[in-house]
Each structure stands twice: as structure tokens, then as C-alpha cells.
Ligand binder design. Structure first.
Ligand code: ADP
Ligand code: MG
Length: 667
């Protein structure tokens, strides 16, 4: 007769534990192997030595060589965090800061927010234990307000310096000073191959450390004719590759979230139609507002027999390295800020990218082996229509935020500030004029109390002024909601392709034509709160739960600031109409420069100050309204086929004279 055994639960537990330990060891081993296989690893000791010997070091290397993830770790291992100081690493983009911090936390075996953390606007995932801190360049800039010598850092790495964002450029100027009076402080500037010499020159001949990269040849293909519809061409190209070419993942360069979402929908739909007739296509969009668990998908290995297609903006040019890419599809466009100092107008425009960008994009196909790049433009366009290099942001954006920040740091001689590329004096003057008109400067050019408060807010000065004014008008809580909603304005309403009509009908219940988009957004927020922040309510009403959660977190942070400043002390319960007027006046007080009035012919609007033609964006609740509002204020301008005003609120002319008497004195 057989003897029966029952397993001892303790033993089972131990087995499971041993399994887990083995898994963890395996994970550490693979991470360790990956770290050692990166090109920077061979230069680890040399790099550490160079940092010890030189205060400023420029590091140049191909994308994927390990600069961002490894260099801060090397400095940590070399003892730069011993005395309790941190190592900071800046990124031009939020997604990159989040993604890289997550990766490094994994490598070190800690949770994000523990030893390794990140800070982006409205989201701080760091703690007092954090020693490796990834952050957007804008956030480090703001740290100067509280820690002007950056004493909590032993070293800073300005990553992706070649991108030349506005914040990076200002940081370089400020850091040059710190380097001069803090001999213990180390500065690393890391850049893709272009422009390295310029950084070295700026830092008085700082040495350039080259990390030789591996790069395989990439075959470039052009279209024979210009493509009228780039998105359509991109979709077709992806399927051509998928059906005709050898295995290997695809990376598509698009201009923004809208395009990425629309292409992702379209690819998914086509795949569904074709079903089993084609191999699996794994569609991975990546943009800042995408929830982080979905952002991680782009790094997941592609399943056997399937092909991954990553849809990205120029973030994938150099800031994110995605392994496995063999094919690149390049639409040749980029979305950029464009500022016109003569009109004071700033707008977002989709423009052809530069040759340098196009070459970086193509390079992404040749990291693992020979690759192919499909450019959706002609060779003639590449040679004749693309600029050689991108224009640094400081030369093409409004400088109001930056000027306000520099002024609050006590830097008043802006014309002689050490910028790596000096902005046009006109642009600086425009910025000063705007801050003056907002009440941030007095006649002697000194910062006022309002100015210092505006600088404290992590939003642009115009938004800060709106909040400050709302306090005087007893409606700070409502304006806080509006301001928080405006940060996510583009991703509040959900409009799936298959249920457009239901979605539009659902949106209709929030629409406040008299109060424009701002009060419509406020209504969504109010109902969301009334319904207990419910997911189901969001689903039923076609609004995006994830966006509203972000709004909630942004709102909480701004509310805390307002509370600290005593801005909530005046709050009274206003009846609806007075509240609406309060919100409108607050917006006028901050955004009066963005006023536009209905033209005589009644089809377009003209900006009040410079008489430029602008149109209401079709996504606005004011679009097509009869009769159209006579005067409105827009939150931002987007240039596509025309200059469109996105997110608008109707206002009265007398308020402009009330809140911006100097600015509109000639009216
Ligand atoms: P560089 O900054 O020089 O472009 P990185 O340090 O960003 O290089 O990347 C080095 C390697 O780290 C990449 O090739 C990739 O294998 C890995 N890696 C980076 N980020 C992630 C991530 N978020 N998830 C998984 N792997 C990553
Ligand atoms: Mg990098």
C-alpha cells in the first residue's frame, strides 16, 4: 500500500522564497550584464578620473551609449554623494525624466522616490533619501529660487544640452557662475555629437570626452513626390514595412499627442480588420500625458513573431533609447514655439525639422545592426528646404517667465547676462514690458511684491497674475480649478472614433457659451467633484478620468501655495453670475495681451494690440456660436492652416481698460 504524503506548508513557502531569490539574482545579473555591455562602461574609470580632475566636462556620445542612466550612477559610486549631497540630472522633457529615473531605480534596486527620484512640474517623486535626482531643466531652474548656490548638489549633469531648450540655456548661464565660486561643484554637460565645441567654448575650453559609439549603416529612402497627407503616408508605410520587410521594430516620428493618438487608432482599426491575415503588430504610443504603465510598454521586448511600432515625437530622437528599432519612418515635422517680438504673439507651429534632427532620427535605426529610414519627403526637400540645425528655443520664444525668474534672483543686467546665445534685445524688452504691464515691475524697473509672487508660482506669469487677482475678487477657489483644468485642457474630453456623436452629446451638458471654454472646464471639474471623483461618472460622460486625476493633483499643489500666500483668506460664497464675472475679470487681469475682437466683417477676430487676424479653434465651445462674442481672450494660439485661438473666454472691453490701463492706453 502506498504511503501518502502531504506537503509541509513551511517548505512550500521556503521553495517559493528560494524561487524568488533566484529570480532576483537573475534580474540583477541581467541588469549587471546590460550595464557592462553599454559603450560608456569601458570608459567608466577614465570618466570618473576626468570628473575628478576637471570641474566642467563635456561628454559626447551616441544615443544609447549609457550617458543618462550610467553617468550619475558612476558619480555616486565614485563617492560624490558621500557628504549627503545629491547628484542632479536634467532632461528637457518630462517623459524622459520619468522614464530614465524609473530605469535607474530598477538598476539600483530601489523604488522611484527612494534613492532615485524625479521631479517634473506638478509632480515630485523624491524624498530626503534621494541622492540621484532626475528632473526637467525647468524644475532645476526653479530650485535657484530656494537654493541659489545649489548647495544640496555636489554635481549636476545637464543632459541633452544639444536640444538647447530655453531652460537649459538659462541654466548654463547660471551654472557658469556657480562653477566659479564653488570649487567643490562638478558640472557635466552631455550632448549628442552636434554642438559640443560650442559648450566647451562657453565654459572656457572645458575638455570634451568622446565616447565612441557603435553605429551601423542606415539606408535612407525618400518619397518621389511630396506627400500631401503625411499621417496617411506614415500609416501606409508602416504596413508596407510590416508586410514586406524582415523582422525588426519600427519607430515613427510624429509631431504631438493628437497625431500619435489618431495614428494609433487608425493602425489598431486596420489590424482588427485584417485579423489573422497579418502577423501581430504591437502599437506603442509615447507622449507626456500617457499613463506611466503604458509608457513602459515601449521598452517591453516584442513577442516572438510580432512586430512593435513605436509612435513618438522628437523625444525619441535622442532622449529615449528604445532597443530593437530597425526601421524609422520620419514625417519630417516638429512642433515648436514661435514668438514674434514685434507683435508679442507666441504660437505653437508644426514646422519642417532640421537636417540635424532628420539625421538623428535616421540614426535610431542603426543601433543594433544595419537599418532603414523612410523619409516622407523628397530628397530635394531634405537638401533645400530643411535648415541645417534647429533654432535654440531662446531665440524663438517669449522670455517673460525667464526674465521674471532672473529678476527675482537679483540678476537685473539682463543685456549682459552670460547667455550661450544672446536673445534679441527686442525679445528681452518685450518680456520686461509684459512683466511691467502685469504689475510685476515698478517705474524704476524694480520687482514689486506682485512680481515676486508671480515668480513663486510654477506657472507662467500671466497665469500667476490671474490667480493673484482672483483672490481680490473673492473667487480664488474657482479660478484655481480653471487654472488647473487649463493645464490639461487638450485631454479632458474623450472622443472615440466609433462614438463621436454620443461623446459630443455628453460634452454638450457642460457647455457654457456665455462663459466660454474656461467656465465649461470649470463645470466639468465641479461635476466631477460633486460625483465623488468617480471613474464611472467619467466613463458615462466621456471625460478622461486620468486627466482629471492630474488636474486634481495640480489643483492641490496650487491651492497649498495660495493658502500659504494668504490668497484664500478673502473667499466668500458668490452667487453664480458674480462668480462668472470674477473668473472672467481674473482672466483679463492675467491674459489681457491675448485679447481679440470680432472683425468688422464678422468672420474672423483681430488681436486688440496689433490687429493680427486670428480664428476660434473648432474645438472651442465658442466655435460657430451665433452671434459670435464681440471680444474674447484666448489661452493659446496654434498655427495650422490658420492662427487658431484654442480655449477662449468672452470678456468686456471695459475690463481691459480696468486691468490693463497702460497696455491699452492707445485704445
Ligand atoms: P544615452 O543617454 O547615452 O542615450 P541611456 O543611458 O539612456 O543612453 O540608455 C542606455 C541603455 O539603457 C539603453 O540602450 C537601454 O537598453 C537602457 N534603457 C534606458 N532607459 C530604459 C528604460 N526606461 N527601460 C528599459 N531600458 C532602458
Ligand atoms: Mg540620454
Amino acid at each position: 500500500q502506498a504511503v501518502e504524503f502531504v506537503s509541509d506548508p513551511v517548505d512550500v513557502e521556503r521553495e517559493r522564497l528560494e524561487e524568488l531569490i533566484a529570480e532576483e539574482e537573475e534580474r540583477i545579473k541581467t541588469i549587471d550584464e546590460t550595464r557592462k555591455s553599454l559603450p560608456v562602461y569601458q570608459y567608466r574609470d577614465e570618466l570618473i578620473k576626468a570628473v575628478q580632475e576637471h570641474q566642467v566636462l563635456i561628454v559626447v556620445g551616441e544615443t544609447g551609449s549609457g550617458k543618462t542612466t550610467q553617468l550619475p550612477q558612476y558619480l555616486h559610486e565614485a563617492g560624490f554623494t558621500k557628504d549627503g549631497k545629491k547628484i542632479g540630472c536634467t532632461q528637457p522633457r518630462r517623459v524622459a525624466a520619468m522614464s530614465v529615473a524609473t530605469r535607474v531605480a530598477d538598476e539600483i534596486g530601489t523604488a522611484v522616490g527612494d534613492k532615485v527620484g524625479y521631479t517634473i512640474r506638478f509632480e515630485d517623486r523624491t524624498s530626503e533619501r534621494t541622492i540621484l535626482k532626475y528632473m526637467t531643466d525647468g524644475m532645476l531652474l526653479r530650485e535657484f529660487l530656494t537654493d541659489p548656490e545649489l548647495l544640496s548638489y555636489s554635481a549636476i549633469m545637464i543632459d541633452e544640452a544639444h536640444e538647447r531648450t530655453l531652460s537649459t540655456d538659462v541654466l548654463l548661464g547660471l551654472l557658469k557662475d556657480i562653477v566659479a565660486y564653488r570649487p567643490d561643484f562638478k558640472l557635466l554637460i552631455s550632448s549628442a555629437t552636434m554642438n559640443a565645441q560650442k559648450f566647451s567654448d562657453f565654459f572656457d575650453g572645458a575638455p570634451i570626452f568622446n565616447i565612441p559609439g557603435r553605429r551601423y549603416p542606415v539606408d535612407i529612402f525618400y518619397t518621389s513626390q511630396p506627400e500631401a497627407n503625411c499621417l496617411h503616408a506614415a500609416i501606409t508605410t508602416v504596413f508596407q514595412i510590416h508586410l514586406q520587410q524582415d523582422p525588426g521594430d519600427i519607430l515613427v516620428f510624429l509631431t504631438g499627442q493628437d497625431e500619435i493618438e489618431s495614428m494609433a487608432d487608425n493602425l489598431a482599426e486596420t489590424c482588427l480588420k485584417l485579423g489573422d491575415q497579418i502577423p501581430e503588430l504591437v502599437i506603442c504610443p509615447i507622449y507626456a500625458n500617457l499613463p506611466s504603465d503604458q509608457q513602459r510598454l515601449i521598452f517591453e521586448p516584442t513577442p516572438e513573431g510580432a512586430r512593435k511600432v513605436v509612435l513618438a515625437t522628437n523625444i525619441a530622437e535622442t532622449s529615449l533609447t528604445i532597443d530593437g528599432i530597425v526601421y524609422v519612418v520620419d514625417t519630417g515635422f516638429v512642433k515648436e514655439n514661435v514668438f514674434n517680438p514685434s507683435t508679442g504673439m507666441e504660437s505653437l507651429e508644426v514646422k519642417p525639422c532640421s537636417k540635424a534632427s532628420a539625421d538623428q532620427r535616421a540614426g535610431r535605426a542603426g543601433r543594433l545592426g544595419p537599418g532603414k529610414c523612410y523619409r516622407l519627403y523628397t530628397k530635394w526637400a531634405y537638401l533645400n528646404e530643411l535648415a541645417a540645425n534647429p533654432t535654440p528655443e531662446i531665440l524663438r520664444s517669449s522670455l517673460a517667465s525667464v526674465v521674471l525668474l532672473l529678476l527675482s534672483l537679483g540678476i537685473t543686467d539682463l543685456l549682459n547676462f552670460d547667455f550661450i546665445d544672446k536673445p534679441a534685445p527686442d525679445t528681452l524688452i518685450k518680456a520686461l514690458e509684459l512683466i511691467y504691464a502685469l504689475g510685476g515691475l515698478n517705474e524704476n524697473g524694480e520687482l514689486t511684491k506682485v512680481g515676486r509672487r508671480m515668480a513663486e508660482f510654477p506657472t507662467e506669469p500671466m497665469m500667476a497674475k490671474t490667480l493673484l487677482t482672483s483672490s481680490e475678487l473673492h473667487c480664488c477657489q474657482a479660478v484655481l480649478s480653471v487654472v488647473a483644468m487649463l493645464q490639461e485642457a487638450g485631454s479632458i474630453f474623450y472622443r472615440p472614433r466609433e462614438r463621436k456623436e454620443q461623446a459630443d452629446k455628453a460634452r454638450q451638458q457642460f457647455v457654457q457659451t456665455l462663459g466660454g471654454d474656461h467656465l465649461t472646464l470649470l463645470d466639468v471639474w465641479t461635476k466631477f467633484v460633486e460625483n465623488g471623483h468617480s471613474v464611472q461618472w467619467c466613463r458615462d460622460n466621456y471625460v478622461q478620468y486620468k486627466s482629471l486625476l492630474r488636474v486634481r493633483s495640480i489643483r492641490e499643489q496650487l491651492e497649498r501655495m495660495c493658502e500659504r500666500m494668504g490668497l484664500l483668506d478673502n473667499e466668500t460664497d458668490l452667487e453664480h453670475d458674480r462668480l462668472v464675472v470674477g473668473v472672467m475679470k481674473s482672466v483679463v487681469a492675467g491674459f489681457f495681451v491675448n485679447a481679440a475682437q470680432l472683425s468688422k466683417t464678422g468672420d474672423a477676430y483681430r488681436t486688440m494690440k496689433k490687429n493680427q487676424a486670428v480664428w476660434i479653434h473648432p474645438s472651442s465651445v465658442l466655435f460657430g456660436l451665433k452671434p459670435p462674442p464681440k471680444l474674447l481672450i484666448y489661452n493659446e494660439l496654434v498655427l495650422t492652416s490658420k492662427e487658431f485661438m484654442r480655449t477662449c473666454i468672452p470678456v468686456h472691453e471695459k475690463w481691459l481698460r480696468e486691468y490693463a490701463p497702460h497696455y491699452y492706453s492707445d485704445k
